[in-house]
Ligand binder design. Sequence first.
Ligand SMILES: *Cc1c(COP(=O)(O)O)cnc(C)c1O
Length: 360
Amino acid sequence: MRVYNFSAGPSMLPLPVLEKAASELTEYGDSGMSVMEMSHRSKPYEKIITGAEASLRRIMNIPDNYKVLFLQGGASLQFASVPLNLMVNKKADYILSGQFSTKAYKEGLKYGDAAAIASSKDKNFTYIPKIKREDVRADADYLHICFNNTIYGTKYNYIPDTGDVPLVADMSSCILSEPVDVSKFGLIYAGAQKNVAPAGVTIVIVREDLIGHAREDTPSVMDYKLQADNGSMYNTPPCYPIYIAGLVFDWIESMGGLEAMKERNIKKAAVLYDYLDSQSYYIAPVEKEFRSMMNVTFVTGDADLDAKFAAEASEAGFKNVKGHRSVGGMRASIYNAMPYEGVCALAEFMDKFAKNNPKG
Ligand SMILES: *Cc1c(COP(=O)(O)O)cnc(C)c1O
């Protein structure tokens, strides 16, 4: 029996995708072998990776002057790859909206003059700083943001205006949750294990004019130009996660694309936020206008009750609702694959728990 898995990542995958993968596990098409056993340079695999890219380009409406790369090392490697490839003038700006953006900033500091131009740390990252074009240094190589903050449950409700400075966004926990105008970004990256595929592949979407200027000491596998020129196959790509990503892209298309995903996700998130706003037992710490559609955070205000909640939820089939170890409380991650029914069932469980566990 499959549970409702609210894990922040690795997280749920759509059941039809898992079933399709299962049916092809031991033999893909008439290739006589599993995708896991295939040469990445074989004909059938070439079809898989080019098909996955084409399908991602369609659903995200990626302009032709952008490269799509399937890389390894997770989003965390991109914290270093971005400055290595893009910090031509050795100057980059960062907005700190949580743990991952802070890690990215610290990595940037290793390679040049990285500046934290705004931060929401003063209120424990419960909001997104609003910046204006003047706040970004005009000669910065890029402004880095984390578009959805997985741990704190916040999301940008605007795209920062950076003028001519390229905008770089970590979209690990919100990619494919709704349409985005890719042309507003110089580079988008996302580790796959939140909303796309099993862990192991990282998607990088980068404007062509930004590549080809990497620092001389950039490791070859991290050089966007080298990877782009080799179709993400400078070295062996993460073949199986790319295959699953392709199946997920097909699933999204079959569901009606990103507009349909957005509609579903708004409806799902509303179930939890409407419930949270209707009562006073649980507190939702994030400022309303910055609430994430993907990661819903809440606390009881009592660490023992929070722990009891997570334990009882798990027993009732709602897995991984414990908040990140650094913030405590609860977090329900409700990515594309989480069905509406799962969210409704969690809201009901929350209400029952509140009634059964009155606060002293
Ligand atoms: C999970 C996550 C990361 C880290 O991803 P890894 O693949 O573990 O490196 C970075 N940024 C965001 C927004 C995330 O959600």
